[in-house]
Ligand binder design. Structure first.
Ligand SMILES: C[S@@+](CC[C@H](N)C(=O)[O-])C[C@H]1O[C@@H](n2cnc3c(N)ncnc32)[C@H](O)[C@@H]1O
Length: 230
């Protein structure tokens, strides 16, 4: 069993998504994966999120709250950073280390427990590949709904290696959901939800990110046909 399979609850189906239930082990694994560069990479992500003093920021799939804390530092005492994750152990771990302007909420990206236009910024790192494939469009629409018009979105996710050796290694260590993560579809998911993409790029060594804006004159995208039929 690879380390990723030990941590993830994906089960056998790589499109099923899954939570992470071992917070301490996740912290160790993240330190190993980023090989001493985790702080630098996530400080850069916090800068890419463009959060400013006084902003309200939501971190979707926050895990242990590593990025949420960096965002809390950027928005300062007048602002607020909120992390959301469906894993109780991850939320407990994050809450124990939360700075004063930071709070954590149990929940899923595809059903966000927040009001419309509640945030100035929405970010998510390494979490989209954990959302079940058939819930990813709903998740992106939820991020659109809770972001204020003119607000900014940053989504970063795992960029699988393209070489055969790297792909085999990733599959063995982290499982097929990461090894075959369809990172090229991220931009389409975001535009389909109604966002205007600003730019995208790689954040080495492991991530690809897309930055987008909710248009100023926008209402949330209509429900998906299958949701409307229920
Ligand atoms: C690889 S961790 C990333 C944690 C953190 N964002 C980071 O960059 O270190 C992925 C997180 O996504 C969470 N997750 C799983 N399913 C989710 C869902 N449907 N909605 C939001 N988060 C989810 C997992 O529980 C896990 O904490």
């Amino acid at each position: 069993m690879g380390l990723g399979r030990f941590l993830h609850t994906h089960g056998e189906r790589e499109d099923a998504g899954g939570t992470i239930e071992r917070a301490r082990a996740y912290e160790v694994m993240a330190a190993v994966w980023f090989a001493g560069r985790r702080r630098r990479v996530f400080t850069r992500l916090a800068a890419l999120a463009d959060a400013r003093s006084g902003d309200t920021v939501l971190d979707v799939g926050c895990g242990t709250g590593y990025l949420t804390s960096l965002l809390a530092a950027r928005v300062g005492p007048e602002g607020r950073a909120t992390g959301l994750d469906p894993s109780g152990p991850m939320i407990d771990y994050a809450r124990r280390r939360a700075p004063g302007n930071c709070s954590y909420v149990l929940g899923e990206a595809q059903d966000l427990p927040f009001g419309d236009m509640a945030f100035d910024r929405v970010v998510s790192s390494l979490a989209v590949h954990h959302i079940p494939v058939d819930a990813r469009d709903a998740a992106m629409r939820e991020m659109f709904r809770v972001l204020r018009p003119g607000g900014r979105l940053l989504i970063a996710d795992f960029r699988p290696p393209t070489g055969r050796t790297g792909a085999h290694l990733t599959s063995a260590l982290a499982g097929p959901a990461m090894a075959r993560n369809p990172i090229g579809r991220l931009r389409g998911l975001i535009t389909d939800a109604g966002f205007d993409v600003r730019d995208e790029g790689d954040q080495r060594p492991l991530l690809h990110y897309v930055r987008a804006t909710r248009p100023r004159s926008s209402t949330p995208a209509p429900p998906l046909a299958r949701d409307a039929a229920e």
